[in-house]
Ligand binder design. Structure first.
Ligand SMILES: CC(C)(COP(=O)(O)OP(=O)(O)OC[C@H]1O[C@@H](n2cnc3c(N)ncnc32)[C@H](O)[C@@H]1OP(=O)(O)O)[C@@H](O)C(=O)NCCC(=O)NCCS
Length: 288
């Protein structure tokens, strides 16, 4: 029976959430990286629900004979497209469904300046699959978690990001990455807990959800500004930081370790299309 693709509907949520949970649990347990506080059945279903309900995110479901086999998502809120999460039912993995789901979102993103994703670098199947689909590894990352110990800097004010800050955050992102993520930042004001760091009345850093890198990214003019932001958030937020640190940025990586953050698991940022080496400090989300 042929595999068919369609867009997700609300009645798919429970099945898509279960597959998301079981697929990640399977691969992470196999490699000794399983951490139930990051992915659990409720969080999986809620995560899928928030994407299916967002008009800026395109979803695709694979099914055979009425049975759902997996799903994939494409974030279209900003010029750079972000893929994920893609998950295939563990019973069906390694039989071509993932490739079909990836091709569907790549076809959809034809003409975009760049398409990106983040994958668990210990996972040989996803790394090999994405590489054959023309993705290049651009940056090794490390998931890190914990609260920074430093006292916040007196000359930098860290406060919640508000709607009036969105354009300035977009301009900062453009300076660092050559593109902006205004659609994501605007959504974060209502859906997440975003923060800015302000120095001399200028926004020098922002993070859309620094306690959950599965949904949040951060951009700063310099490492000093990123450190000030993370130290400030560690005081203001009740939850610990959970961030993806680009580990070629040794200064920031060493600072995170000296602040007491723990290294959790390795990831790769992968990209197709235009890619400018960032000119500043940055932390990607789970899509880019
Ligand atoms: C990653 C995932 C979506 C891929 O879906 P899938 O249906 O299993 O993958 P496919 O069968 O379509 O493709 C796998 C490809 O990798 C290849 N592959 C698998 N293991 C490999 C290895 N060790 N070395 C080289 N190639 C390998 C397969 O041969 C296949 O390539 P082919 O199409 O040229 O034959 C799925 O395995 C999954 O849900 N994993 C757990 C969750 C996850 O990690 N999601 C990705 C988050 S970034």
């Amino acid at each position: 029976m042929e595999v068919t693709l369609r867009q997700p509907i609300p009645s798919d949520l429970a099945t898509l959430g279960r597959i998301h949970y079981e697929a990640f649990r399977g691969i992470e347990e196999t490699h000794g990286f399983w951490n139930p506080s990051f992915i659990n059945p409720e969080a999986s279903t809620e995560g899928i629900r928030s994407m299916v309900g967002n008009p800026g995110i395109y979803g695709v479901v694979a099914e055979r004979d009425g049975q759902i086999l997996g799903s994939n998502f494409l974030d279209e809120r900003d010029p750079v497209r972000g893929i994920g999460p893609i998950t295939v039912d563990p019973k069906t993995q390694n039989h071509g469904v993932g490739r079909l789901l990836m091709k569907a979102v790549l076809d959809r993103s034809a003409g975009a300046v760049s398409v990106r994703l983040v994958q668990e670098s210990f996972h040989m199947r996803s790394l090999s699959l994405y590489t054959t689909l023309r993705f290049d590894v651009k940056e090794p990352l490390l998931v890190m978690g914990g609260k920074a110990r430093s006292e916040p800097l007196s000359e930098v004010v860290v406060r919640p990001l508000e709607l009036k800050d969105v354009e300035e955050c977009g301009a900062l992102c453009r300076r660092v990455h050559k593109f902006e993520r205004i659609g994501e930042v605007r959504d974060a004001v209502t859906a997440l807990k975003p923060f800015v760091a302000v120095r001399n009345r200028n926004i020098v850093a922002y993070a859309t959800e620094p306690t959950n890198a599965l949904v949040g990214h951060a951009v700063a003019a310099s490492n000093a500004d990123m450190k000030a932001l993370l130290a400030g958030v560690s005081r203001l937020a009740s939850e610990p930081l959970m961030i993806f640190v680009p580990i070629r940025n040794s200064e920031l990586f060493r600072w995170c370790l000296s602040e007491g953050l723990r290294s959790i698991s390795p990831m790769n940022l992968m990209s197709i299309g235009e890619y400018q080496e960032p000119r500043g400090s940055w932390l990607p989300s789970v899509i880019y």
